[in-house]
Design a protein around this ligand. Structure first.
Ligand code: ARG
Length: 273
């Protein structure tokens, strides 16, 4: 009897060991997928999906819904692009600061994250033609002391890490507090840790409106237009074929007014580049 129990125990242990092995094999396979880079349009069609990376904390461009899905202007535009290509859209969520390094490393097909296509970034990533223009905005509390950009001199501002807001505020010489998530940058203003929060104007409008709906100490956006931010989608340098194909689709959507109507659907003002 003892022998049978010992045998059964050994069998159970061996099973566990094998299951463990197959588990770790799977992990290696998964991380291998991330190496796919610079895919051609034919590769994407063969895979049946376009894989995009986004930081869904940027309404109305990309926003995480309660059911875990991502919605927004850019998601609508990408769904249209995918329809034209005849592929499915696959969305990978990450912090904004990981999107452009991932694009450079070819970890996904396209970075779609309200990304400003500026000259600095064009050295390391390939951008589509811009599809809209935005600007940086200053958000403050109504009860606070900052009433104009001039009052911000030497003051502390919150921004999202890796954004053009961050580089703009550093160049202006503000004390910059960077947060991985936009909502945390907003929170630091609300909690009085900083004097202002700098963020792209359309997202500022959306987030401020939803904050003000449920709070008494209102947030306000200062009406000082700063910077011009042309938004585009980014891919790995050298992937001109994919960008060329997407540019063709984008041009059609821009020319026939589809892009403008997507902004209208999300009740956002549209500035054509
Ligand atoms: N337009 C700015 C930039 O490119 C901010 C983008 C932030 N996007 C986001 N999904 N959180 O740096």
């Amino acid at each position: 009897m003892k022998k049978i129990i010992a045998f059964l125990l050994a069998a159970v242990l061996m099973c566990a060991a094998f299951t463990g092995c197959s588990g770790s094999d799977k992990k290696t396979e998964d991380s291998g997928n991330a190496a796919a880079s610079g895919k051609t349009v034919a590769d994407i069609k063969a895979a049946g999906k376009l894989v995009i990376a986004t930081s869904p904390d940027f309404p109305p461009f990309e926003e995480l819904k309660a059911d875990g899905s991502v919605e927004g202007i850019e998601i609508d535009i990408l769904n249209m692009i995918c329809k034209e290509l005849g592929v499915e859209l696959e969305i990978q969520q990450m912090d904004f600061e990981s999107v452009l390094p991932g694009v450079q490393a070819g970890k996904f097909d396209l970075g779609v994250s309200g990304i400003t296509a500026n000259e600095e970034r064009k050295k390391n990533a390939l951008f589509t033609d811009p599809y809209c223009l935005a600007a940086q905005a200053i958000v403050v509390t109504e009860s606070g002391s900052i009433k104009s950009k001039a009052d911000l001199k030497g003051k502390a501002v919150a921004v999202q890490t890796g954004t053009t807001a961050e580089s703009f505020c550093m160049a202006e010489g503000y004390k910059v507090n960077s947060y991985a998530a936009n909502s945390d940058a907003e929170l630091s203003l609300v909690n009085g840790k900083v004097d202002a929060w700098v963020i792209d104007d359309l997202t500022a409008a959306e987030m401020v409106a939803s904050y003000n709906e449920s709070h008494d100490d209102k947030l306000v956006i200062l009406s000082e237009a700063m910077t011009t931010e042309p938004y585009g989608f980014a891919t790995k340098l050298g992937n001109d074929e994919l960008i060329g194909e997407i540019n063709k689709i984008l041009k059609k959507l821009l020319d026939d007014g589809t892009i403008a109507s997507v902004f209208e659907k999300f009740e956002a003002p549209y500035t054509k580049p």
